[in-house]
Write a protein of this length. Structure first.
Length: 79
């Protein structure tokens, strides 16, 4: 399944969460871009974040963010 814009926005938001601390969340304000508001709400609906506007990653969210970071690292590696 190829990425669509919605999934890309969700991934971009996931990688903004800190990998080094469980105590750093994010908040997407309602005046953010509509794409980011939709993405953060979708992550919440999928059980990846604790709040509709961001909050903290759930255990499943941590796993998804770790996988997203790993994929970006692989694709960004210089050959």
């Amino acid at each position: 399944m190829p990425y669509n814009d919605d999934i890309q926005n969700e991934i971009n938001l996931l990688v903004r969460f800190s990998q080094s601390s469980d105590h750093q969340g994010i908040k997407v304000h309602q005046d953010a871009s509509p794409d980011m508001v939709t993405a953060v709400q979708s992550l919440f609906n999928k059980g990846l974040t604790t709040q509709m506007d961001g909050g903290y990653l759930t255990p499943l969210g941590h796993e998804a963010a770790d996988q997203a970071h790993a994929l970006l690292n692989i694709l960004s590696a210089k050959s």
